[in-house]
Design a protein around this ligand. Structure first.
Ligand SMILES: Nc1ncnc2c1ncn2[C@@H]1O[C@H](COP(=O)(O)OP(=O)(O)O)[C@@H](O)[C@H]1O
Ligand SMILES: [Mg+2]
Length: 393
């Protein structure tokens, strides 16, 4: 029997800035600025079915749409298009604290959650003791939950979710938060759920756990289903994907080393060394080199990359018409970026030293240096372009 059926589901978010990588961050953005203007596809044309009694893992890198998918199945989020059919009662353990009211006590939250799930006060009275017992929060249950630690949130959330005994349990990433003792307890409960033929959807970065617990795994990549199938196969593909990405960004150093870069310092205009800069400020890079023997007409280069390795900008002394006749021995070369036009984020700066015609690569430093950029204004995108508005009436 099919209990969850998703057909051609897409979810677009209207956002002003596309930079916050987390669900919570995006919500914060939204709260702060209420004026959305850009559609962002968190899920695109996602389809799958889940049979009763299956435990299905949902994996994928941060931002791939896992939480959005669970939110849609839980009925908390509405898909922009597509069809969602869910049969049976659903309990969710979504992101930390979701579903709790900070000013209310643990006890009040238990009743509040129960009523949201359609339980009467009396029905919750019957479950209350077991919930508190399972959560091991007896001593704190009358305290406002805003004073709870993240581990305590998870315990309370899990206890409610399992004690209301839903047909479908949705778990998003939370198990990793609790301590080991509690994790084990949760896993036993999950096994118990499985034995009783309940359906579980399980988002986790703990891949070993996914492999152990799930009968099937769905791999999301940028809002699409990249792969779906046996845990072992899908996890193998996912591990390969992650490794390839890490491989691309792995710090490395290479070249003939006839001449080489011995160090790089990032400086503010006053000469102070820094790792954090603001959009619009100058950035000075001081590149030290050593050429044990004379090297004629060398070219120094830099390139700037985003967190996915994408190249935003690159230049070198040849392109900037700054010929260097030769280098020999130790020295320094300084590159000044008059105004840093990157926006908020972390950026890799790669450095190179090569011959005029690129045929001899003396030395490269790839993904070894990183700076943080802060933007005090609220512009959108990755970089700032000099521009001007003019109204003509
Ligand atoms: N409320 C929102 N407004 C705008 N964008 C959002 C919102 N929620 C999530 N997103 C974006 O949608 C994408 C998918 O997010 P999410 O489902 O949380 O991914 P995951 O759980 O896999 O990390 C992310 O790029 C995220 O920034
Ligand atoms: Mg998530």
């Amino acid at each position: 029997m099919i209990v969850i059926s998703i057909k051609g589901v897409s979810k677009n978010y209207l956002i002003q800035r596309g930079k916050e990588p987390t669900f919570k961050g995006a919500i914060m953005d939204w709260l702060k600025r209420r004026e959305p203007f850009k559609a962002f596809h968190a899920l695109e044309d996602v389809s799958f079915e889940i049979q009763k009694g299956e435990t299905v893992g949902v994996i994928g890198e941060n931002g791939s749409g896992k939480s959005t998918l669970l939110g849609i199945i839980a009925g908390i989020l509405k898909p922009t298009s597509g069809e969602v059919k869910v049969q049976g009662s659903v309990a969710t353990l979504l992101e930390l604290g979701a579903g709790f009211h900070g000013d209310l006590s643990g006890r009040e939250n238990i009743y509040l959650n129960g009523s949201i799930l359609g339980f009467s006060k009396k029905e919750m009275d019957e479950r209350y003791k077991a919930i508190v017992e399972f959560s091991e929060l007896e001593k704190f249950i009358n305290m406002p939950v805003k004073h709870f630690s993240s581990g305590m949130y998870v315990r309370l959330g899990f206890a409610i979710a399992v004690e209301v005994d839903p047909d479908i349990l949705l778990i998003d990433e939370v198990l990793a938060v609790g301590d080991e003792h509690f994790q084990k307890k949760c896993l036993r409960r999950i096994e118990d759920f499985q034995k009783r033929g309940k359906t579980i959807l399980f988002v986790s970065h703990a891949l070993e756990l996914v492999e152990e617990v799930c009968s099937r795994v769905i791999l999301l990549e940028q809002g699409h289903v990249r792969e779906e199938g046996r845990p072992r196969d899908v996890l193998r593909l996912y591990r390969k994907m992650v490794q390839e990405r890490d491989e691309r960004l792995r710090p490395r150093e290479w070249g003939t080393k006839e001449a080489f870069i011995t160090g790089v310092r990032f400086l503010r205009s006053g000469g102070k060394e820094e790792k954090r800069f603001f959009t619009g400020q100058p950035v000075i890079m001081e590149i030290s080199y050593l050429a044990p023997k004379r090297v004629d007409s060398p070219v120094f280069g830099i390139s700037i990359h985003g967190q996915d390795g994408k190249n935003f900008f690159g230049t070198n002394t040849k392109l900037e018409n700054y010929p260097i006749d030769h280098i020999e021995g130790e020295g320094k070369i300084k590159l000044t970026i008059e105004r840093l036009t990157l926006f908020k984020g972390a950026f890799f700066f790669n450095f190179s030293l090569h011959s005029q015609d690129h045929r001899i690569q003396y030395h490269h430093l790839d993904f070894t240096h990183q700076i943080e950029v802060e933007n005090l204004r609220e512009e959108d995108g990755f970089l700032k372009l000099p521009c001007r508005w003019e109204l003509e009436v």
